[in-house]
Design a protein around this ligand. Sequence first.
Ligand SMILES: Nc1ncnc2c1ncn2[C@@H]1O[C@H](COP(=O)(O)OP(=O)(O)OP(=O)(O)O)[C@@H](O)[C@H]1O
Ligand SMILES: [Mg+2]
Ligand SMILES: [Zn+2]
Length: 577
Amino acid sequence: MSYQVLALRYRPATFDEVVGQTTVIRTLRNAIEQDRIGHAFLLSGARGVGKTTTARLLAKALNCARGEGPTAEPCGACDSCREIAEGHSLDVQEIDGASNNSVDQVRELRESARYNPARDRFKIWIIDEVHMLSTGAFNALLKTLEEPPPRVKFIFATTEYHKIPETILSRCQQYDFRMIPTRDLQAHLRAVADREGIRVGDAALGQIARAAEGSVRDGLSLFDQVLAFTGEEVKDDEVAGLLGLVDRELLHRASGAIVAGDSLAVFDLVESLADYGADYRNFARELLLHLREILLVKLSPEDSPLQSAILPEERERLQARAAAFSEEDLLRGLDVLTRAEGELRVSPDPRVSLELALLKLVQFRKLLPFTELVAKVERLAGGAPAALPAGRPAARREAPAAPRRAAVAAPRRVAAGSAAASASPATKAPPLEASPEPGPEAAGPADPTDAAGSLVAKMLEGCVSRPSLAQPLRRAAARLDGKTLVLSVAPDFVAFANMHLGDYRDLAKKAAGRPVAVEIEAGAVAEEAPAEPSEDELRQQKLREEAEKEPAVQEALDLFDGRVVDVREAKPPREDA
Ligand SMILES: Nc1ncnc2c1ncn2[C@@H]1O[C@H](COP(=O)(O)OP(=O)(O)OP(=O)(O)O)[C@@H](O)[C@H]1O
Ligand SMILES: [Mg+2]
Ligand SMILES: [Zn+2]
């Protein structure tokens, strides 16, 4: 016997077997049981969620010969029931609206509707993809719907509800089919697997269910596809690869690295992605959805329908993450990843772009949340020492305390204030009147006239096609230590620059015309790029200057002994197609 695909083998034979359409099924049952059956039904919803299946079940319910009249429990065994299931009942016609969409065809239908059913209770037309009918055909159909012959029923199905004319809609009983929540789909796949005697774990079924995006048919087809490769036993770690999905484990590793503030883990992760041949942009998108799920778990109650896509075995891990992230962390994460997803499309070096985005996420977590910041400002403004609220992880106490509030007029130390350079314990903030602590000397911007500076300027020219490499360079201070070029990059960039040391050596070699040893160190930040600023950079520079002139910004810089890391326009630049 030839193999019958799962989607056909497991077409529900009774209303009870239909998964995830409780409202539709209950309403239909009630209508049948209370004998309030209309003459036209419209079943609408996404692909593969049970419309055609339900249309046939309804036809059986109307025509089952077992009882006196229509029944919500068609027997499945009488001639009517069997013929409908097999698709050759004389009185139940299935028409594909896509290929029978002309006026003439609908006229034929009207003609034949005038005659009584051949054998059964009703003459039933199931018109699939009814939105494909031409306007003329709809008009012809409308005439029949307005004065329906007493023993005629119409069941329409469509994936495109909005294409059905209002005049037709208003003459139908309407049923909206829903996409199937991932966990219900997973449970359905489990039932199918058990009946088929297939050994498969919940995680694998969860991956398939997720990939099916709410369609039972897609879920079953994907399962078929996996089984074609694996046979009777499916291993959890095979599924992602077979279906071209991102492995959930990698997503958990990413959110784990962010929670732990572990930049190195980011590089490891991206290395694994590269090994695995993953599409970086796809990964960014999946990670975005992963953070969104964490946010949902954080914000909504467990029984909320918003959480219907979350699988039971995922919940616990997501809850742990939800507890470790603040809402603000997650919003920032979503923001960074949304941008990254767009940038990855055009990035000449997607791997590095993804790394940078993930490193940003790791760094962001170390920043103070806004609410704490405001509390801190208020405490400082009131003259109280700036104690951090208890219970925050130590890693987050990096923002140094204010040296002096009245320092607005003093030369601003925009450049000098790396967290490491001024890590006085937050609780020991000096009183407002105290003179500022002598800050560490800021390394001056790389001077293009000296040898190291001009080397860096040339290196910058060399990385036009790799903007991510340029970023740490642009504001690095450089010096020559013997024959070694020492780059003092902003602390945030140290890990990144070290990972790409080879690239910087190549750049330096090209710039100098001979091999140059390169070392990276954590330094203070020079204010300006040594290279010829591009138009974009000039604009950015102007923005920065304007921002720094803002009294509120100045005050914040002084309060926190901070530096301006990035300035963005409030209105994002035009999204390109
Ligand atoms: N709600 C459901 N419960 C159980 N199985 C379902 C359900 N929906 C779909 N299926 C499975 O998917 C197969 C196709 O379903 P069906 O033809 O009813 O989908 P449809 O909504 O008509 O899709 P399309 O819009 O593509 O025509 C069925 O044979 C069945 O195996
Ligand atoms: Mg269908
Ligand atoms: Zn029957």
